[in-house]
Design a protein around this ligand. Structure first.
Ligand code: SAM
Ligand code: SF4
Length: 344
């Protein structure tokens, strides 16, 4: 295990339909065409409970820093700050700064929806953040609004351009592709990566949405995405054999900058190579996105546990890491918490 993903909040200012949909229409996007903006109907009930965790249950920055320090002592060298929306957490640059100073941590990154990035960019850069990934599933204002529940495309575009200007490197873009929703935008998203010299990752839709609307027919398989791209682009594969835990298969464009990657956890699982651990905002350790067991670290952190206790718990959980997710198998069960709670 080398990579720890730290969720700092379960709250979010977006309502992506594949993660935390806000309206009945958005939750049922696969059944009907809808216009969530003109006629929003609040969700009456969702399969996964959607109330925010009380702030007292969220780990403090000191507690998070302590877990990362102990994890670094066991071999973790990469940390990604995520959420929910990490930029909603007050003073997030303070945490970023503290994480970059932990001996053994060589890489601190952040995943954000980008809506608040412009106001935080300089502080984050000064705190030592080098890498940032933006989520942007559409280049079409209306489709972006439909997918995220917010009219935020311009803010995200300005945020990611600012990230480049400030020297964040690499600036990555994540796009979750859903059949019938944004698969027609795959070539345009790739062209955007080329002209803007960005790393764009196409991600398969995973069964981690709060409304449990996921169906396998909605997944555009990585293979299909690649076929589509080969029609329009002259792609050259990047050899990542030196880094077996890399989740994306990647390609550069024959001409121009940028690169694209495909992350296909549903159709081409990479569980055997996974080197990631997750810490949820409320202090639960997860060894897989699809874990059904979470291990609560708060009793150690708040009950006088020593660093040694914490290290033993981390090591023990890793020893029991799941062999793989069961998506596509008859016994597959979606985890109780959605991606926004787990930390993507
Ligand atoms: N709010 C931030 C953002 O959207 O970038 C960080 C948290 S979000 C949970 C992290 C990543 O998870 C995003 O890139 C998002 O697109 C991805 N994600 C969320 N739900 C997903 C799903 N059901 N399938 C695949 N990816 C998902
Ligand atoms: Fe929020 Fe990120 Fe989930 Fe979208 S994917 S709802 S931005 S946590």
């Amino acid at each position: 295990m080398r990579d720890l993903r730290v969720s700092v909040t379960d709250r979010c200012n977006f309502r992506c339909l594949y993660c935390l949909p806000e309206t009945e229409e958005a939750a049922n996007f696969y059944r009907t065409r809808f216009d969530a903006i003109k006629n929003p109907i609040p969700i009456k009930s969702t399969a996964i409970h959607r109330e925010w965790k009380p702030k007292s249950e969220l780990l403090t920055y000191e507690e998070i820093t302590r877990v990362v320090r102990v994890a670094a002592g066991l071999g973790i060298n990469k940390v990604r700050v995520t959420g929910g929306e990490p930029l909603l957490r007050q003073g997030i640059e303070t945490l970023v700064g503290a994480l970059t100073r932990i001996p053994g941590i060589s890489d601190v990154a952040m995943t954000t929806n980008g809506a608040l990035f412009q106001s935080k960019a300089v502080a984050l850069r000064q705190a030592g953040l080098h890498r940032v990934s933006f989520s942007m599933d559409s280049l079409d204002r209306e489709n972006f609004r439909k997918m995220t529940g917010r009219d935020g495309l311009d803010q995200v575009l300005s945020g990611l351009r600012l990230a480049r200007e400030l020297g964040f490197s690499p600036v990555k873009v994540n796009a979750v592709i859903i059949r019938g929703i944004n698969d027609h935008e795959i070539p345009a998203l790739a062209a955007f990566a080329r002209t803007e010299s960005l790393s764009l990752r196409f991600i398969e839709f995973m069964p981690l949405d709060s409304s449990r609307s996921w169906q396998k027919d909605l997944v555009v398989k990585g293979r299909e995405i690649l076929q589509m791209l080969h029609r329009d682009f002259d792609l050259a594969a990047i050899d990542s054999s030196a880094n077996p835990s890399e989740t994306a298969r990647r390609w550069t464009f024959g001409e121009g900058g940028g690169e694209i990657g495909i992350i296909a956890p549903v159709s081409e699982p990479f569980c055997g190579h996974c080197n990631r651990l997750r810490l949820t905002a409320d202090g639960k350790l997860r060894t897989c996105l699809f874990s059904h067991d979470e291990h609560d670290l708060k009793p150690f952190l708040r009950g006088g546990g020593t660093d040694q206790d914490l290290a033993e718990t981390l090591a023990d959980r890793v020893r029991h890491k799941e062999k793989g997710h069961r998506i596509g198998h008859a016994d597959f069960k979606q985890p109780a918490r959605s991606m926004s709670c787990i930390g993507g």
